[in-house]
Design a protein around this ligand. Sequence first.
Ligand code: GSH
Length: 180
Amino acid sequence: MGLELYLDLLSQPSQPSCAVYIFVKKNDIPLELRTVELFKGQHLNKEFFPASKNLQRVPLLKDGDFILSESVAIPIYLSANYQTADHRYPADLQAHAHIREYLGWHADCIRGTFSVPLWVQVLAPLIGVQVPKEKVECNRTTIDKELQLLEDKFLRDKPFLTSQQVTLADLMAPEELMQA
Ligand SMILES: N[C@@H](CCC(=O)N[C@@H](CS)C(=O)NCC(=O)O)C(=O)O
């Protein structure tokens, strides 16, 4: 069996799967896409999903016996093994380091903060949970602060986050930013 990518593009929140999917498509990486429907619990079912017991999350890549999770690790592995456009994950040490820098900051500051409004405004009311107003306001303040940092530290006067061209950093950012 060749390369297989397990993901769910329809469930919310599906941002990590979408970012990996776009990377694979834009770079014409030949692999089998396997949809795992989270809302049907298919990620918990060994018949659909080869993940280990403790890591039943999408996206997940299977390359023979090698299994890799995490939306950041998968494109990095694929770009080392397949011909991908150099500007997406450049070989140049400093350009490469700036992308890693952004991805580290993104994991710390964007992912957790920007997923809160979806839970507060959509999912919590669906299950009858009322989130205190102060917590909503605190999240909004943090979002504004992180957006300002994104502009001041990363974007500055460039069209993209770490260089003049689209990189892996730009792929990870928008879907999560759009949630807020
Ligand atoms: N840090 C992981 C997050 C993966 C993740 O949270 N995936 C969610 C869908 S967006 C999932 O599979 N959730 C199922 C579960 O946790 O049971 C990544 O970037 O790949």
